[in-house]
Write a protein of this length. Structure first.
Length: 267
């Protein structure tokens, strides 16, 4: 492979990485195309930018307006013609910080609004409330809810590693996370890895289920909620909110816990 081919390959990899970063900042794929095209051009008219970004001219104008509102593109006049320029890439950092500050403000407001919002969604007494979430982000959201409080769980960690590509617990809360609850894990390579990565302590214990145990879904119970995780192609989570059902599952959990194998960190 020639040096030029190597450099070209590196540039393609870098551009893909940049696209991913820009999309995570909140730009959609068409905004990314227009922004990168303009960045390469330094300055350009709508028609020229549209051609370089391979977008319709009218749509390109709308996208440029959106990028202006984000503060990463500016409009200038050159020879009485309307032109656009990309701001310094450093502005992306400023934009990211602005977004973080705004999210912190929204988080504070939401914390104050949660009691009222929850009062609107409270299920009727005795009637289970069933909701579904989909995809990796949905799973992460439920994990955030679960791991902030005391829970009991039965799961096959190999499926978790396969779905997330890593330990989702340490990903969300760091390597020094201290969980509150108890876990029953299938005794396999994934379970053993999980025990090395998540520390047991008086408030959190792990026991092992036999290697022959087959779990198609993971189950976690916290408060009055049961969360069922399915790591198949659809990657879905079913949440059931009902005190009686949650307590019934806890009774099953206790039976399995008493029959399961203790680990070095278990009582």
């Amino acid at each position: 492979m020639s040096e030029n081919q190597t450099i070209s390959g590196e540039n393609v990899f870098k551009e893909r990485s940049i696209r991913s970063i820009l999309e995570r900042l909140g730009l959609d794929d068409r905004e990314v195309e227009v922004y990168l095209a303009l960045l390469h051009m330094k300055i350009g008219r709508v028609s020229t930018i549209a051609k370089a970004a391979k977008q319709p001219r009218t749509l390109t104008y709308v996208l440029l307006e959106k990028l202006q509102k984000r503060g990463i593109v500016s409009e200038i006049e050159k020879g009485k013609m309307q032109n656009f320029v990309a701001e310094s890439p450093q502005r992306l950092l400023s934009y990211a910080r602005d977004q973080m500050n705004e999210l912190e403000e929204v988080e504070e407001m939401l914390e104050g609004a949660i009691p009222y919002l929850e009062s609107l969604t409270s299920p009727l007494a005795g009637k289970p409330r069933v909701t579904m979430l989909h995809g990796i982000e949905g799973m992460k959201q439920v994990y955030r809810d679960v791991l902030q409080q005391e829970f009991v769980g039965v799961f096959n960690t190999e499926a978790m590693y396969k779905a997330f590509g890593e330990n989702i617990v340490t990903k969300l809360y760091g390597k020094n996370v201290k969980l509150k609850g108890r876990d029953l894990l299938v005794d396999n390579a994934g379970g053993r890895s999980f025990m090395k990565e998540v520390q047991q302590h008086p408030g959190y214990e792990i026991r092992l289920l036999p290697q022959s145990t087959i779990l198609e879904t993971d189950t976690m119970v916290f408060g009055d909620t049961i969360a069922l995780f399915s790591y198949d192609d659809e990657q879905s989570i079913v949440r059931i909110e009902n005190r009686n059902l949650a307590n019934t599952f806890r009774s099953w959990f206790e039976m399995m816990w008493n029959l399961s194998e203790k680990t070095s960190g278990s009582k």
